[in-house]
Design a binder for this molecule. Structure first.
Ligand SMILES: CCCCC/C=C\C/C=C\C/C=C\C/C=C\CCCC(=O)SCCNC(=O)CCNC(=O)[C@H](O)C(C)(C)COP(=O)(O)OP(=O)(O)OC[C@H]1O[C@@H](n2cnc3c(N)ncnc32)[C@H](O)[C@@H]1OP(=O)(O)O
Length: 225
């Protein structure tokens, strides 16, 4: 398959938007803005040293927002967060927003910028590196109509501290397949510096392990059955 440029309108799983369980009204950019705003709050709280009064007032505001959003609570199959494949970060805020520039059937590359919220003290927190690798390796392992697979392991090597607030390049490679096992490799660079590399194993799920999967991730069952 040719290289596929991932854009906001044509991502690798764009057919998912034809899924009848995905009403197009969910594709509002207001939700993207909401996610960005939440990331901004995470970063601002981390970077701040508010007075007790300011912290208390801010906490009350945030709890009020949480209560208001609770009125819109839905089940996991209906939520938007994590399922906006067209957005860097998929509309979730656990993982730093990964901008995917290219996904082919055997390679993927992207960019990520990590702020102080994900800091492990003047460098990226060591737990965040596997999150980013899992994100890009999982996308590649499950791209191009391959049947669903889940992460069995991620072996991460930390080669150099990953700097904050600068763009890091992330690459993934489909290294091979043996039956249900898909072997993945990845690397993260800052400029010419290798920050981390990874080897991962994805296991193709058996039919009984994929019940409700298409609903759970918003992709048509026919595409990955
Ligand atoms: C509702 C389901 C949703 C599924 C969605 C999946 C992916 C989403 C896709 C894309 C998303 C893109 C971006 C999203 C970002 C992040 C991804 C989120 C998804 C995850 O975050 S996902 C969570 C973490 N992940 C798990 O929660 C897995 C827990 N786990 C299991 O569910 C089982 O463990 C399983 C199914 C992996 C295997 O179980 P099983 O029973 O089917 O397989 P079995 O034992 O038969 O092994 C078969 C052959 O694999 C070898 N093998 C197995 N495990 C090995 C290991 N660890 N090391 C070395 N070899 C291993 C055996 O040795 C044998 O090898 P051999 O055939 O040569 O003998």
């Amino acid at each position: 398959m040719d290289a596929t440029t991932v854009s906001t309108t044509d991502d690798i799983w764009s057919p998912s938007w034809d899924d009848p369980f995905e009403p197009t009204t969910d594709r509002d950019d207001e939700f993207a803005e909401l996610t960005d705003a939440l990331r901004a709050v995470q970063e601002a709280v981390t970077r701040s040293r508010p007075t007790p009064d300011a912290a208390g007032r801010t906490a009350r505001t945030l709890r009020d927002l949480a209560a208001r959003l609770a009125a819109f609570e839905v089940g996991e199959d209906e939520q938007i967060s994590g399922r906006r494949w067209d957005l860097a970060g998929r509309g979730q805020t656990l993982t730093p927003a990964l901008h995917l520039d290219e996904v082919t059937d055997n390679r993927a590359r992207g960019r990520v910028l990590v702020g102080r919220f994900h800091s492990g003290r003047y460098a990226m927190n060591g737990g965040v590196t596997p999150l980013i690798f899992d994100e890009i390796l999982a996308r590649l392992a499950n791209s191009c109509g391959r049947p669903w697979a889940r992460t069995a392991y991620l072996h991460v090597n930390y080669r150099a501290p990953a700097p904050l607030d600068v763009e890091l390049r992330v690459e993934a490679e489909f290294a091979g397949q043996d039956g249900r096992k898909r072997f993945m490799r990845g690397a993260m660079h800052h400029g010419d510096v290798l920050v981390a590399d990874v080897e991962g194993l994805w296991i193709e799920l058996k039919p009984e392990q994929t019940q409700n999967v298409s609903l759970a991730v918003g992709r048509g069952a026919e595409e990955n059955s």
